[in-house]
Ligand binder design. Structure first.
Ligand code: ADP
Length: 190
């Protein structure tokens, strides 16, 4: 079982991915976490991506596709991957499909957490100070949101065509959203 958690920045994808890891034998594959780990380690990769991430722009497809390729076998062996923050472009989605097909596998379900832009801005405004992330500030958040709307949201029709997309209201409490995701996973495609 492989699942994509889809939605704008700060929609709660990471929080929900961690809940699923706790309740199911699945592995969270967050490209954002992998990139932050690379920055923290001081690696060449980390140095190349830190400015891009700080500004809120997307890093190159090749970099994140490679990060996912490295971790995919382990995640599938454990019981399945929860993709969090990946894919973010059509090229990434197509590369993911190719990687999975080559392994005789597939994406089973794409859960879209629906939260509108205005609500998101209001939701994160109070959190910028505590987050500790250099891209959690009003300017970078705006860039992240525009990157989502321009480059990532256009992926939705790709998954609608594949009949894999289910929508969940992302504005409820953590528990309410988790319950809605579990219901989607128990549904006909889950
Ligand atoms: P959020 O969903 O809150 O924006 P993430 O941790 O998923 O947080 O991503 C943080 C940053 O990492 C992004 O703004 C981008 O710079 C980079 N990043 C993460 N995943 C990808 C990806 N799949 N493609 C390109 N850039 C990515």
């Amino acid at each position: 079982m492989n699942l994509i958690l889809f939605g704008p920045p700060a929609a709660g994808k990471g929080t929900q991915a961690k809940r699923l890891v706790d309740t199911r034998k699945m592995v969270q594959l967050s490209t954002g976490d992998m990139l932050r780990a690379a920055i923290a380690s001081g690696s060449d990769l980390g140095q190349r991506v830190s400015g891009i991430m700080e500004r809120g722009e997307l890093v190159s497809d090749a970099i994140v596709i490679e990060l996912i390729a490295e971790r995919l076998p382990e995640a599938e062996a454990a019981g399945g991957a929860i993709f969090d923050g990946f894919p973010r472009t059509l090229a990434q989605a197509e590369a993911l499909d190719r990687m999975l097909t080559a392994r005789g596998s597939r994406i089973d379900l794409v859960v879209r957490l629906k939260v509108d832009d205005q609500a998101l801005m209001a939701r994160v405004a109070g959190r910028f100070a505590q987050s500790g992330r250099p891209d959690d500030n009003p300017e970078s958040f705006k860039v992240r949101l525009s990157a989502y709307n321009a480059q990532t949201a256009p992926l939705l029709p790709y998954y609608v065509d594949q009949k894999k997309l289910v929508e969940v209201d992302g504005m409820g409490s953590v528990d309410a959203v988790a319950a809605a995701i579990n219901a989607a996973l128990a549904g006909p495609r889950g």
